[in-house]
Design a protein around this ligand. Structure first.
Ligand SMILES: *Cc1c(COP(=O)(O)O)cnc(C)c1O
Length: 416
C-alpha cells in the first residue's frame, strides 16, 4: 500500500469507502451508495460540499492568483480576512497570524505565549497548564499540552509535559458548586506553579477529540479572573468549537471571558483548504515590537495567508452572516436535544448535546464495533471513536436528513 492513512495500523486491512462525488450533505460512494455526512469531514464542511458560492469564489481567486508568499509581498484577501476575523471574534483580539493547519495554529499560540514573557525579560514562565482529555493537535508541543495517552505512547520519553488539571465536572449546565470546586483546584495549581506558567490552554466548553466532554461557561469566566490574578495567559483552542459549533459563533461568546490568544481552524475555510488563524490582543502583539529582530515573532509557514484559503474563508463567513446560520444551528440543537435522549440501551452512559454537537457515550467501546458499516448500509456516514457515537453535521442539513442520522443511531441500539 503506497498511501499511508491517518491513525491506522497499516498491517490491518480496513474497509474504506472511496468517494467519487459530493454535493450538499451527501457523499456519493464508488459502489453507487449515497450517504449523509453526519460528521462534516472532521467537523470542517459546515456548508456541505460543492457549494456554488464557495466554488465560484475559489475559481475567481485562482484566476487572479492562487498563491503568493506573505514574506515581502502583500495581498487583499489576507487583509480582508484578518479584518473580518477581528470583527467577529470577541472584543480585543485585534491581530491575526495565519498558518496552514490547526496544529500549527496551536504551536503559534504556544510560541507567542512563551515569547511574550521572554520579551518581558522573564524566561521562567515557559510551561503550560492544560486540561485532562485535551486534544490540541499532533505536532510535538501540541502533544505536550494534550492528553491522549494512547496516541502518545511512542513519544512518552521525548515529551516534556507541563501541568494538567482535571476536566471541569458537571457538564455544560454544571451547578455553581461544581464550578466553585473546580476553580478552587485551578487556583491551587496556579498559586503553586504560576512562576513557571506561560499560559493555560483549553478547548473552551467542549473537548471534542478527547471525548466530547462539556463544561460550564462559568468555569471560563472564573479561569479568566484567576489567570489575571496569577499573571498567566489564557489561550482558547477553538479549532473545533469555532464558527458556530457550540450554538454561538465562538464558544468564547457563551462566557464573559475573553482569552489573550484564540486559535481557529477546521471550519475556518469550510473544508475547502487547510488553514488556521491565531488571534491575539494588542497587549500581546505590542510586546513583540522593538527595533531589531530579537523581540519579533520569527515564524512564517510557507502557505500562511494563502489567497485561496483567505478568499474561501471570507465567503464562508459572509454566508454564515447572511443566511442566519445561528438559527440553523439552534434548530439542529433543538432536534438533537429532543430526539437523541429517546434512544435507549442499557449500555448508554450519557447523552449530551450542545449546539450542532450530539454525543452518545456508551460504557464499552465494543458496543459500537461495526457501527460505521451498519450506518453506511442505511445511508449515513458516521464514524464513532472509542466510547463515543457522535454527530457534528453540516449546518445546512435539513430536519429530515438530521432525523435520518438519529434514526440510524436509534436502530443500531435496537439491535445491538
Ligand atoms: C483538529 C484539532 C486540532 C488540530 O488541527 P489540524 O488542522 O488537524 O492540525 C487542534 N485543536 C483542536 C481542538 C482540534 O479539534
Amino acid at each position: 500500500m503506497k498511501l499511508w492513512y491517518p491513525y491506522s495500523q497499516m498491517a490491518r486491512q480496513q474497509h474504506r469507502y472511496p468517494v467519487t462525488k459530493a454535493n450538499g450533505v451527501n457523499l456519493y460512494l464508488e459502489d453507487g451508495k449515497k450517504v449523509i455526512d453526519g460528521v462534516s469531514s472532521w467537523w470542517a464542511t459546515i456548508h456541505g460540499y460543492n457549494h456554488p458560492a464557495l466554488n465560484e469564489t475559489l475559481v475567481k481567486q485562482a484566476d487572479q492568483f492562487s498563491h503568493v508568499m506573505l514574506g515581502g509581498l502583500d495581498h487583499q484577501p489576507a487583509h480582508q480576512l484578518a479584518e473580518k476575523l477581528v470583527q467577529i471574534t470577541p472584543e480585543g483580539l485585534n491581530h491575526v497570524f495565519f498558518s496552514d493547519s490547526g496544529s500549527v495554529g496551536v504551536e503559534v499560540a504556544l510560541k507567542m505565549a512563551i515569547q511574550y514573557w521572554v520579551n518581558h525579560g522573564n524566561t521562567q514562565k515557559s510551561k503550560f497548564l492544560s486540561l485532562r482529555n485535551a486534544y490540541h493537535g499532533d505536532t510535538f508541543k501540541a502533544m505536550e499540552v494534550g492528553d491522549d495517552s494512547d496516541f502518545q505512547i511512542p513519544f512518552g520519553h521525548v515529551l516534556h509535559k507541563g501541568f494538567f488539571m482535571k476536566t471541569p465536572s458537571g457538564g455544560f449546565a454544571a451547578t455553581l458548586d461544581d464550578v466553585k470546586q473546580d476553580l478552587i483546584r485551578l487556583e491551587q495549581l496556579l498559586q503553586e506553579n504560576h512562576e513557571e506558567l506561560a499560559a493555560f490552554i483549553v478547548e473552551p466548553l467542549v473537548q471534542c477529540a478527547g471525548g466530547f466532554k462539556m463544561y460550564s461557561p462559568a468555569y471560563l469566566t472564573g479561569a479568566r479572573a484567576l489567570c489575571d490574578k496569577y499573571s498567566v495567559l489564557l489561550i482558547y483552542d477553538e479549532v473545533a468549537t469555532g464558527f458556530g459549533r457550540t450554538g454561538k459563533l465562538f464558544a468564547a461568546d457563551h462566557a464573559q471571558a475573553i482569552p489573550d490568544i484564540i486559535v481557529l481552524g477546521k471550519a475556518l475555510t469550510a473544508g475547502y483548504l487547510g488553514h488556521a488563524a491565531t488571534l491575539t490582543t494588542t497587549k500581546i502583539f505590542n510586546s513583540f515590537l522593538g527595533t531589531g529582530y530579537n523581540k519579533a515573532f520569527m515564524h512564517g509557514p510557507t502557505f500562511m495567508g494563502n489567497p485561496l484559503a483567505c478568499a474561501v474563508a471570507l465567503k464562508s463567513i459572509e454566508i454564515i452572516e447572511q443566511e442566519n446560520y445561528l438559527d440553523k444551528i439552534a434548530n439542529i440543537e433543538a432536534a438533537l436535544k429532543q430526539q437523541l435522549p429517546e434512544i435507549k440501551h442499557d449500555g448508554i452512559q450519557d447523552i449530551r448535546v450542545l449546539g450542532a454537537i450530539g454525543v452518545i457515550e456508551v460504557s464499552d467501546s465494543k458496543l459500537l464495533e461495526g457501527f460505521t458499516e451498519f450506518a453506511v448500509q442505511q445511508g449515513v456516514w458516521l464514524r464513532p471513536f472509542g466510547k463515543y457515537l457522535y454527530t457534528m453535521p453540516p449546518y445546512i442539513i435539513s430536519q429530515q436528513e438530521l432525523e435520518r442520522i438519529i434514526q440510524v443511531m436509534d436502530s443500531w441500539f435496537r439491535q445491538v
